[in-house]
Design a protein around this ligand. Sequence first.
Ligand SMILES: [Zn+2]
Length: 136
Amino acid sequence: MATSARKKAHRNPIYGAKGVVASRLRQRKHQLARRFDIPHVLLGGSLNQVARQCGKPTCRCASGEGHPMWTLTYSVSGRRHVEFIPDMLVPMIAPWVEEGRAYRDALSEIQAINAQLVTLWRKQKRARPRRRRSQK
Ligand SMILES: [Zn+2]
């Protein structure tokens, strides 16, 4: 990997996170992605902009509407998490969230289509009188 590419990777939260937990998570991700041929950069959650007071009593936000900030809301094993996202990361994360949503929609649609195809096949089987081989 070129130096500039490595530097970039460390600025990417998905590849830049260090430690045992991060590498275990990445390993599991690659295992699942390989098994089901899933794109690696999908993110389940929602990005929202919120207004937050910084806490400094002299800041204009103390009496106003607060500073606009981005949050990522997501769930792991039924537990909801809210993480503040620095503005500079939003352009990187937003497409992952969008891809994640599109992927989940596509997955549901594929499953529904296959179920519909089974039903169609069954109906056609019932409707069409059975042909004998000799007629063909
Ligand atoms: Zn403030």
